[in-house]
Design a protein around this ligand. Structure first.
Ligand code: DX5
Ligand code: ZN
Length: 213
């Protein structure tokens, strides 16, 4: 299991040190939650702050857009060379076109599904993306409880990926901890995002190791 700590739960007064600390503690990606106050009822960070994150990080950035006007935000963050940019399928009229655009910028495209969205919604896009992110909370805030129906969804998505794109990674985001990570692994998940669990732990290294199963 790969581990992508969400900096949403980091101490933003010491953001560069926090990013260095999770990278030194062995994380695989740095998960960056971009919220616009429209698609979700919260507002986070823009390219000025993410530039500082990119400078401090020794691992790739996993930019999770929770915004309206996806193309505008893709173009805003692309110059920072993130490894992944993911956008919500619920908020995009032309996802196939946007996937092609992200790839043309040299960035791995990924799709995000809210808790209610069935995996079949992205069936005919799977061959085009590197990753699908399944939300296991309603997007907007860290520290929420894990929604267990994501396990059945991950299994169904894994079966679809086996047909259309076996290399496609499955990521799960929200309420992940050292207990539910085992069920996620069994359901075919490749990457977990963890905010509160990592940043509220006394040792980032211990927290990340406990998810590296
Ligand atoms: C929620 C974000 C998550 C969140 C995860 O909208 O996408 O990345 O920060 O935080 P935890 O692990 O605390 O649920
Ligand atoms: Zn996220």
């Amino acid at each position: 299991m790969l581990v992508a700590p969400s900096i949403l739960s980091a101490d933003f007064g010491n953001l560069a040190q926090e990013v260095k600390a999770i990278c030194d503690a062995g994380c695989d990606l740095v998960h960056v939650d971009v919220m616009d106050g429209h698609f979700v009822p919260n507002l986070t960070i823009g390219p000025v702050v993410v530039q500082s994150v990119a400078r401090a990080a020794t691992k790739g950035l996993d930019v999770h857009l929770m915004v309206e006007n996806n193309t505008f935000f893709v173009n805003l963050f692309a110059p920072l060379n993130p490894e992944y940019i993911s956008f919500h399928i619920e908020e995009e009229k032309h996802p196939h076109r946007l996937i092609q655009h992200i790839r043309s910028l040299g960035i791995k495209p990924a799709l995000v599904l809210n808790p209610h969205t069935p995996p079949e919604a992205v069936e005919f896009l799977l061959s085009e993306v590197d990753m699908v992110l399944l939300m296991s909370v309603n997007p907007g805030f860290g520290g929420q409880s894990f929604i267990p129906s994501v396990l059945a969804k991950a299994r169904r998505l894994r079966a679809l990926c086996d047909i259309y794109n076996p290399k496609c990674l499955i990521e799960v985001d929200g309420g992940v901890n050292a207990k539910n990570v085992h069920d996620l692994k069994a359901a075919g998940v490749d990457i977990v995002v963890a905010g509160n669990y990592v940043f509220k732990h006394a040792s980032y290294q211990e927290a990340i190791e406990s998810l590296h199963i």
